[in-house]
Design a protein around this ligand. Structure first.
Ligand code: FAQ
Length: 338
């Protein structure tokens, strides 16, 4: 198949590789690298069987694993409120949302598997602290209003960060993100609607909603990662079109989206420095506490230990399910073969 980047050919291993017309002094690897660069420049998708630089593969595995881990650890803070949801309707919505997060984890672990990294290996790295998950899930859910604040702010930040990932250069990740973003959009709306109900309720309910927003606002801004000048991976990830925007660009976009929404909710964002900047056409906002962010990343957030202990326990308690599924698959294979 002819592509603007070169030609798709079958390699000895039976995999498809992009090749670019080689010059005389060029090695085969140089040609593949040139074809990869050309494909990225032309906004084509890189697929699992295409040649890719090892550093590109490693960056994708790192980001996708961290993303997948965040989805499944992120089930915990909200699951904390399932048994105490104030109505059957709210309980049904919350159960569906937490199940969706599990599904997002599955799509992402499956997408990471296309890069040759098994789910067991990634989970082991999570359980032994060798891979990260999002800082945001190390904060506690103290009241029912936190479920609303997570939906509005945490899912809102996730959407802002993840919609551009639907255009990520790696095909399986980009395609997984399309479905995830549709579901996150529902999550964000249910959180907003929950906070709207509380904000317009009794003075105690309004105060509960405001308190939740006060606690979740700054950690939500930290979700976008360190500032651009301290972001180790951004420049290379943007050159590879894994990331389409920098951490600070997306954070600014999120602040601009949230300000009118907070006004409509009748809630205040806890930042005295937040104001419209006519010249920039954006909102200015106060300094983020990056020391707190670094502490959470080091494992010293309010809930780091609790989250990882609970995750390990869930994994151990689920061992029999994995064994049963493997035994069933082996039996089916035997039946099909006979
Ligand atoms: N938390 O050089 P950068 C969700 C690490 S899903 C922890 O800027 P990069 C859905 C980073 O890994 C939320 N670590 O890194 C939901 C790197 O460390 P390393 C998760 C962080 O990759 C809602 C180091 O700092 N979303 O919420 C964080 O270019 C409700 C240097 O940083 C994704 O994962 C952080 N906040 O940019 C679920 C989206 N930020 O690996 C349940 C995909 C940075 O060198 C309930 N990921 N680090 O040891 C991304 O877009 C990027 O990976 C960034 C970080 C933007 C998170």
């Amino acid at each position: 198949m002819e592509t603007p980047a070169g030609t798709m050919t079958e390699t000895a291993a039976g995999t498809l590789s992009r090749t670019a017309p080689a010059t005389t002094a060029e090695t085969a690897e140089d040609g593949l690298a040139r074809a990869f660069d050309a494909a990225v420049a032309a906004d084509e998708r890189i697929e699992p069987r295409d040649w890719m630089p090892e550093a590109y593969r490693a960056t994708l595995v790192r980001q996708m694993a961290q993303h997948a881990h965040s989805e499944i650890i992120g089930m915990q803070p909200e699951a904390n409120w399932i048994t105490r949801a104030p109505s059957l309707r709210r309980k049904a919505i919350l159960i569906a949302k937490v199940q969706d997060e599990a599904g997002h984890g599955l799509y992402l672990y499956s997408a990471a598997e296309t890069l040759g990294t098994g789910r067991d290996e990634l989970l082991d790295k999570l359980h032994t602290g060798r891979q990260k998950y999002s800082s945001i899930f190390n904060y506690p859910t103290l009241t029912w209003a936190d479920v609303g604040a997570i939906g509005w702010l945490v899912d809102g930040a996730a959407i802002t960060n993840q919609v551009p990932l639907c255009r990520c250069s790696y095909g399986p990740y980009a395609r997984a993100m399309v479905r995830i973003c549709k579901e996150e959009s529902f999550h964000q709306r249910q959180g907003y609607e929950l906070l709207l109900a509380l904000s317009g309720g009794t003075p105690a309910q309004h105060a509960m909603a405001q308190d939740a927003v006060d606690r979740w606002w700054w950690p939500s801004l930290m979700m976008f990662g360190p500032p651009d000048d301290a972001s180790a991976h951004s420049a290379q990830s943007m050159a590879w079109k894994i990331k389409r925007h920098s951490n600070d660009e997306l954070r600014q976009r999120f602040v601009d989206i949230c300000v009118p929404q907070a006004e409509a909710l009748g809630l205040t964002l806890p930042d005295p420095d937040l104001r419209w900047n006519e010249e920039r056409g954006r909102h200015d906002f106060g300094a983020i506490d990056w020391t707190e962010f670094q502490q959470v990343l080091k494992g010293n957030g309010p809930c780091n230990e609790q989250r990882i202990t609970q995750r390990r326990r869930a994994h151990e308690e689920g061992a029999w399910v994995r064994e049963a599924a493997a035994a069933y698959a082996a039996k089916r294979e035997e039946v099909t073969a006979s």
